[in-house]
Structures are given as structure tokens and as C-alpha cells.
Design a protein around this ligand. Sequence first.
Ligand code: PLP
Length: 417
Amino acid sequence: MTASTRTHLSPALKQATPIVVDHGKGSWIIGTDGRKYLDFTTGIGVTSTGHCHPRVVEAAREQVGKIIHAQYTTVMHQPLLELTDKLGEVLPAGLDSVFYANSGSEAVEASIRLARMATGRPNIIAFHGGFHGRTVAAASLTTAGTKFRSGFSPIMGGVHIAPFPYAFRYGWDIETAVAFALKELDYLLMTMSSPADTAAFIIEPVLGDGGYLPTPPEFLEGLRERADTHGIVLIVDEVQAGVGRTGKFWGHQHSSITPDIVITAKGLASGFPISAIAASTELMSKAWPGSQGGTYGGNAVAAAAGVATLDVVRDEGLVANAAVQGKVLLDGLLTLKAEHSAIGDARGLGLMQALEFVDGAGDPDAAAALRVQQGAIDEGLLLLTCGALGNVVRIIPALIVNDDEMRQGIDALSRTL
Ligand code: PLP
């Protein structure tokens, strides 16, 4: 299809590649030019069961013929009830009440509103390098790069940003970085945001756009302890890390904590827009009808795709596959790191892995990350860049990725480097 001469895409929709997609199948994307690409971006961690998994396609197709949209303030629909049941099989015990929206940002907003309504306190503490979305409130919590916050101030008030234990960049071991970040958090609670004013901590189990930095379990445990002591709500943003991506169903399950609120989106419906927050019935009851959400939240077709996605994740053992293939991927990345001095760090959890590029002085090298992303296209491999400093390449295969595809991906990356 040729571009219209009257209208064109906004510069805010600028693509990193020239590819126009014709169709997708499993781990692959096929361009309109007939070229085939191994998709290790999955629409930023969304197409969890691969492109167009037959069971997801069938569930959505069937639902479209029944009802597409039925608004929950008037009538409830079957797929949302089923999805709620299915989530009950995987959510941590005690998080038995679920609210739905369309996107990660909206669910983040819902979680902040809930924490504020439940505690009557104004402040939210987020962490350096975190990404929670692009709506004004979600962007206020986001520090994975200045582009998400600058230029449209003032952002939401009542937000404080505390250090994240970024051991690699500090040049410290993890224990030292965690001890430092917890001390800084305590200092923040004494000086800028007293517990009596602090409604919530919000944190990702693995910083997503911040560069795939796993949050050390000890740090999550330190947050849990402080949240319990001070009656602060602990929100874990699983928008990117949830639904099996890290090799456990939820990213926080690599630690011993249970969050007060879990946020999920992206992989939940394999590409259909739906998000959810889960909390205890007691906490969720602090949000009254009409105080949250929007017209399309919990859409029937997206919910049906969500039910099929959770079935596929269970039936095809995709959480275990993410753990196994994630290990193969990390081993491959560590080998590449040993061969290339431009790779400062190789890290991640499950199928959420990254390479951090540095220059000769060890400083962030965003240009190198971009060159790798662009070079990989010629090798038929799609990768993402990210990181608060732009110097990280993200590798996010579908959870269905197999041995052969993983080998092809690592080989293509090696040739690119
Ligand atoms: N939270 C996390 C951890 C994310 O990775 C994202 C998106 O990348 C969001 C929130 C925002 O989600 P959305 O882009 O669907 O609004």
C-alpha cells in the first residue's frame, strides 16, 4: 500500500526499522517485501504466545461473533468472569480481587489511585530507571530516560524517586548496591516523604525500559519490610515481567515477597489490549464504583484472548520454557560478552535479557546499541534498544521460542557484533 499524500504518520510514531509487517507466525514476522525476521522484540514483550497462536486467534474470532463490547458498569460479560477465574489460579494467595483496564499505564494509574484512596496519603515513591508508562501520572513515576518526562511539565505532584540498586553502573557488588539503596530510601522517608505522607512504593521486578536490570530479591524484601512497618502499599509493576516472561509466572516470585498490588498487561492477552490490577478484597474495596477505569476496560474480545493465553501458557509449559530458553540465551550472551569489550554487562531473567554497551572508558555507549539493533535487521533479527542511558539492547523472544530459533537468534546476534 502506498502512503497517502494528504496525511502521514506523526513523527511520534517514528519506527526503528523500515519494515512494514504483512503477517506474523510464532516467533517470526514476515514483511510486505516477503522477508522473514526472527522477532526477538515481541511488540515490547506483548506477544507472549508468539504471533497469532491458533488458540488465541480462535478464541478471539469466536468472541467477535458473540459480543465485542459490553460495558461493565451496565452488564458483565462471560470472558471477563472467566479471565478473573483463570487469574485466580496464578495470582499470589490473598490477591483475590481484580480490576481491568486496557493498557499498562492505565493500570498503573489505577494502582496509584487505589493506594491513595486506601491510605489517604499523597506521596508515591518510585525508583531510578523505572518505567511505568506515558500518561502524565505514569510518566511522573518514570525515570528510564529523560524523554519520557521532559518537555511537558509539570508532571504529577507527590512523587519521589529513590535510588535503584544498579550495581553494574555503580561498579559495586549487589549487596553493597542494595544496602546503599535501602539506606537512601530510609533517608528519603525521614526527610522528603515521611511514612505518614507515603501511600505507596512502586517497583518493577525487572526494570524494563530501564535496561532489564533484575531487582535484587533483597531489595524487594527490604521494601516489603518497610511497607509493613509503615502501612505503605507495595505495588509491583509486572506489566513487562509478568505472565511467565522471567521463568516464573510473576517476576516478584524470584523473591520471597507478596505485593499488595500486582499490575499486569502486555503478555496477558498475546497482543490484545487488556491490563489488570490485583489486590486483596479489603484493599480493592477502597475504590468505589466509577472511581477507576474507562469505557473500553476489560474488553470482551481481549478478555477471551486473555483466557486463551493463560490456557496456552499452562498447557504448553511456557513458564518452564522461558526459564530453560532464558538460560540458553544468557549463556550465549555471556559468551558474546567475553568476546567483545564493547559489552559491559549481560544480564536478565528468563526471556528478558539484555546487553549493556560501553565505550573504551566504560561509559554508556548508546550509539553502539543502536548500531547493533540496525545491523541485526540485515541478519534477519529484530532487537530493541532501551535503558535510561540508551545503551542497552533488549532481547525478548516469545515464550514459545524453541531450541532452533534460539540458536538462530544467538548466531545472528554474534554475526552482527
Ligand atoms: N509498566 C511497565 C513495567 C512497562 O514496561 C510499560 C510499558 O512498556 C508500562 C507500564 C506502560 O504500559 P503501556 O505502554 O501499555 O501503557
